[in-house]
Design a binder for this molecule. Structure first.
Ligand code: ZN
Length: 287
């Protein structure tokens, strides 16, 4: 599943590919991708004549900002966008096609069919599901240590599921949570209210650094991820923890362990991220 850095790379790529293109018509081959409006015919009708002004992102959602509407799109497991010429043959699993007036097409492919699209009158998207109730945006200016500490501290829940909860912080999935906790030297099963003020600060910095580096890695290689047919691919970042079970930790050389935390496969280094016992619980950390 793409996480925040991958979605950000896709957003930037889309901004290069489809900006100022005007939708002539829309073809939907799989109705259930369209969640709102309920009538697919209305979805197509409303989008005809709209020009894409920009492509924004909220967490892992892409927001196509048009003249009068905002299209909110989630790729889930396997959703892909690609820019094609209208003469290009339609590939398998192409569910939605945005036909532009210049003869090109933005096509949405999704092998697993879990992706979603919601169309809102411009501005309404932030007041309704799925964007309503989303937590802090970790690459935004208002993601501060104070805001972060305020969300997490005092909670007796394990830190990993808290970081995965989109109502607290958006966009960090399983991979980048493991990477951030390793960088901060914090065991994924530590309860949030046992984290010291210093540990919260270290974790905050680790999350920002991990995501910024991943976005920079994606940003520098955008062109190589648009293939010959215009399909925007995903890329694997250089990961220090995730998927390296049994391999030596880059910091200390100990083999990396894998366990299950909150139902998710979790990688950690037992030496760099020790699980401490008998820790003092702190109600609220003031920053
Ligand atoms: Zn280590």
């Amino acid at each position: 599943m793409p996480e925040l850095p991958e979605v950000e790379t896709i957003r930037r790529t889309l901004n290069e590919l489809v900006l100022q293109k005007t939708i002539d018509s829309v073809t939907v081959h799989l109705n259930r991708i369209i969640q709102l409006p309920e009538e697919v015919g209305e979805f197509c009708l409303l989008l005809a004549g709209q020009t894409i002004q920009s492509v924004e992102r909220r967490g892992k959602f892409l927001c196509f900002m048009m003249d009068d509407f905002t299209l909110v799109s989630h790729l889930r497991m396997e959703g892909r966008y690609g820019l094609y010429d209208q003469k290009d043959p339609l590939e398998l699993h192409t569910h939605v096609v945005f036909h532009f007036t210049d003869g090109t097409e933005l096509r949405y492919k999704d092998v697993r069919q879990f992706g979603t699209m919601h169309l809102f009158p411009k501005g309404r998207e932030l007041e309704e599901k799925p964007l309503k109730k989303l937590g802090l945006e970790p690459l935004a200016k208002d993601f501060t240590l104070a805001a972060f500490s305020n969300k997490l501290s005092g909670r007796s829940t394990k830190i990993k599921p808290l970081l995965l909860n989109q109502e607290y912080i958006v966009g960090i999935g399983n991979i980048y949570v493991d990477e951030s906790l390793f960088l901060a030297g914090i065991h994924p099963e530590r309860e949030a209210d046992t984290l010291t003020r210093q540990e919260l600060a270290t974790l905050f910095e680790a999350i920002v650094k991990t995501l910024q580096e991943a976005v920079a890695a994606g940003g520098s290689s955008i062109k190589s991820y648009v293939n010959g047919q215009g399909e925007i691919g995903l890329f694997q970042h250089q990961l220090k923890m995730y998927g390296r079970k049994g391999e030596p930790c880059y910091a200390c050389g100990q083999p990396i362990e894998k366990s299950v935390v909150a139902g998710r496969g979790t990688h950690f280094c037992p030496q760099c991220q020790p699980l401490k016992w008998k820790l003092k619980r702190v109600k609220k950390v003031k920053v």
